[in-house]
Design a protein around this ligand. Structure first.
Ligand code: NAD
Length: 296
């Protein structure tokens, strides 16, 4: 049994902390939201009154927070210097690469082992304990990090040094956003050309148009039973989250001087879909925009 401090018990962190408790670990949890904290207690965690109290005797600290500023603030003011320096610090939030590297530097200078370990998989995977973790850390720390993540993970891959986990996450999601738009455009064109959607799916899935967005997550209802398109685009990966990740990719591209024109287009199109009411729907619902179902 490991004593784990879990900070950030929202849509993702709630299920993740519950899986750590279910695996028999002592999970001391904290969230600014009293309701989130109550749910964690009902799932077997112990409530702390603050981040500082939660991490005081932790062997592992896991954070699942909204964005870079939250992570910088929580580590800078409430974890570093308050958790024992023997504690393994793992940030699973999706944040900008620069913040991840800055927090890693601070943590390591204070004598801690730190990893950025963002996840692929939404709330269903968080609840099921089947997330994919992409990790940026010192090579020597990876085995301990991988083992700490086991109750929450399907797979854990080391992407490289600090910040590489976040880099992998935003590059992967940029591919996902771009390919989903391509698939949706193709369905919309096929429809205009009188090509039946299921025929197109059958053909493209077995031709060079095959990709995850089409074959595993088709935006057209009735083709992939597990896809959110069959649940009125509820659940899955929200458009707001896709937009956040595409913005992070564009910020990183601007800072590093990478040319990502398709990523920029994808960000613009998801921003438009967000404004047209897509925010809370799964990102594959952008199909509606290409089929002309939403008036700009
Ligand atoms: P969320 O907003 O539901 O949860 C974040 C939680 O952090 C909230 O409960 C909030 O009260 C808490 N919090 C904020 N500041 C805090 C502080 N200073 N101290 C303690 N608690 C604090 O968000 P989420 O959907 O759980 O996402 C968390 C992270 O996971 C984000 O970085 C997101 O991009 C990433 N992510 C989300 C999904 C998804 O499908 N929701 C998928 C992959 C990755």
């Amino acid at each position: 049994m490991t004593r784990i401090a879990f900070i950030g018990l929202g849509n993702m962190g709630g299920g993740m902390a519950a899986n750590q408790a279910r695996a028999g670990h002592e999970v001391v949890a904290f969230d600014l939201s009293a309701a989130a904290l109550e749910r964690a207690v009902a799932a077997g965690c112990r409530a702390a009154g603050s981040v500082i109290e939660a991490v005081a005797e932790a062997e592992v600290v896991i954070t699942m927070l909204p964005a870079g500023p939250h992570v910088r603030d929580v580590y800078g003011a409430q974890i570093l210097g308050h958790a024992p320096t023997t504690a393994l610090l793992i940030d699973c939030s999706t944040i900008d690469v620069e913040s991840a590297r800055a927090v890693a530097l601070l943590a390591r200078s204070a004598g801690y082992r730190f990893a950025d370990a963002p996840v692929s998989g939404g709330t269903a995977a968080a609840e099921a304990g089947t997330l994919a973790f992409m990790v940026g850390c010192d090579e020597a720390d990876f085995a301990d990090i991988e083992s700490a993540l086991v109750p929450m993970s399907r797979v854990t891959i080391r992407a490289g040094d600090h910040g590489a986990g976040q880099a992998a996450k935003i590059c992967n999601n940029m591919v996902l956003g771009i390919t989903m738009i391509g698939v949706c455009e193709a369905f919309a064109l096929a429809e205009k050309l009188g090509l039946e959607a299921d025929r197109f799916f059958d053909i493209a899935s077995r031709s060079s148009g095959q990709c995850w967005s089409l074959s595993n997550y088709s935006p057209w209802p009735g083709q992939v039973p597990t896809a959110p398109s069959n649940r009125n685009y509820e659940g899955g990966f929200a458009t707001a989250m896709m937009l956040k990740d595409l913005k992070l990719a564009q910020e990183a591209a601007a800072k590093s001087g990478a040319a990502t024109p398709m990523g920029a287009q994808a960000e613009g199109l998801y921003a438009l879909f967000d404004q047209l009411g897509g925010r809370g729907q799964d990102f594959s619902a952008i199909l509606k925009m290409f089929r002309g179902e939403l008036a700009p």
